[in-house]
Design a protein around this ligand. Sequence first.
Ligand code: SF4
Length: 207
Amino acid sequence: MHYPVTTLGPGRRVGIWFQGCSIRCPGCISVDTWRAKPAETTVEQLVRSISQWLTECDGITISGGEPFDQPSALHALLVALATFDKDVLVFTGYSAEYALQIMHGWDGGLIDALVSDPFEQHTSQTKPLRGSDNQRLNLLTERGAARFASFERLLTPADRQLDLLIDNDGTAWLAGIPRPGDLQVLQAWLFAEGHRATTTELPHTAP
Ligand code: SF4
């Protein structure tokens, strides 16, 4: 969990990343989220630990990893988050049709906007909130349309940003959607400054 995330939806958002992904898109920049274990928590613990952020944020973004690989946990989390009355954006590597099938029987309105479909390494990237242009922005509620319809456009220079978040233990995290090759450029800059840096795109590169 991170806050504030400003590059994955409008405003200052709480970001929640699910651990574990069975889709395994080639070129995924989040290989660290593929393994399901050993990270485990409960919905109650999670919500309790970030309740202050949830109260003051402008919206909530759920990504991964693959949230729909844990459908009952995702549902329980969404129900708990609904009490905070914030817009909810969810990223999935599954198709929207498959995600909606999983959501069958859930109360309506738990997800306002859904970015669906797998990342395609060799497909162009010209739209905000999407790593590749095959991915779709699905507006599922009136609030989703009001908050996210403006993201159905071409990328602008202002969209080319990443959040840098640093945990209390010094761990640095990047949030946002980089351009293809951005992480290699960052890695080269860090090497030039004498730092060691690996990315999930290039895990074995050394200075
Ligand atoms: S669905 Fe997302 S986390 Fe999973 S492999 Fe694809 S891009 Fe990576």
